[in-house]
Write a protein that binds this ligand. Structure first.
Ligand code: SF4
Length: 56
């Protein structure tokens, strides 16, 4: 279980700033979350202005 960033991502980078384990990295068009590193804290979800982050 981990959080995933959808295509609604506008690459603002706010999630990257709050992630305590640096699981989020910038891709070409959107940010992605490394499921191996993510600890499911949910902090990025609250930060995202596009509601692009959801748990899967
Ligand atoms: Fe980082 Fe927490 Fe978001 Fe996982 S849920 S990517 S640990 S901020």
């Amino acid at each position: 279980m981990a959080y995933v960033i959808s295509d609604k991502c506008v690459a603002c980078g706010k999630c990257d700033e709050v992630c305590p384990v640096e699981a989020i990295s910038k891709g070409e068009k959107k940010y992605t979350i490394n499921p191996e590193t993510c600890v499911n804290c949910g902090q990025c979800v609250d930060e995202c202005p596009s509601e692009a982050i959801a748990e899967v």
